[in-house]
Write a protein that binds this ligand. Structure first.
Ligand code: S3P
Length: 174
């Protein structure tokens, strides 16, 4: 059976869209960690951040991700900060092949800000916060993922096909 694939990467990198396409190509079930958190809490991500703070959100995120260890046949899309906790990094490695979806900062910022629903960017200076988060997280994506794919300038269908190809090669390596 095809292994699971896990998408990690910064807000705006296209994890959800690419994840859904990968699911439809592979026949795997698409699972979005943020959606599971929303269902679990019956509240939006923004409401969870404002009521419980970022640490409260991270606790729920860790539990939701840990619950997926051992589940087969999934494409998992994670929130941009899911790689911050070591417990999550360990769980994600157990879940499947980890793909870091990346893009140029300008592209990420434009997409991340567009929805207006990302609590970490709801502040006076979103660009500054974005830059410092990106800088601090890049090395963690790098060390956690099995490989990186830069999607700048490539449409989501092509990204999905190429990512699948690379992931399949990765899964065949000893
Ligand atoms: C977060 C990214 C969001 C969501 C939450 C925190 C982050 O997910 O989990 O707002 O810390 O980068 P997306 O990466 O899907 O936007």
């Amino acid at each position: 059976m095809l292994p699971n694939f896990v998408l990690v990467g910064f807000m705006g990198c296209g994890k959800t869209t690419v994840g859904r396409r990968l699911a439809s190509i592979t026949g795997h079930r698409f699972v979005d960690a943020d959606e599971l958190i929303v269902k679990d809490q019956k509240k939006s991500i923004s409401a969870i951040f404002s009521e419980k703070g970022e640490e409260g959100f991270r606790e729920i995120e860790e539990r939701v991700i840990a619950d997926l260890v051992g589940v087969a046949g999934i494409i998992l899309s994670t929130g941009g900060g899911a790689i911050l906790r070591e417990a999550n990094r360990i769980s994600l490695k157990k879940i499947g092949i980890i793909i870091w979806l990346d893009a140029q900062p300008e592209v990420l910022f434009e997409r991340a800000i567009r929805s207006g629903r990302r609590p970490l960017l709801q502040n006076e200076n979103p660009r500054q916060v974005f830059d410092s988060l990106l800088e601090s997280r890049r090395p963690i994506y790098e060390s956690t993922a099995d490989f990186r794919f830069d999607s700048t300038g490539i449409d989501h269908d092509e990204v999905s096909r190429k990512v699948l190809d690379l992931a399949m090669r990765q899964s065949r390596e000893p």
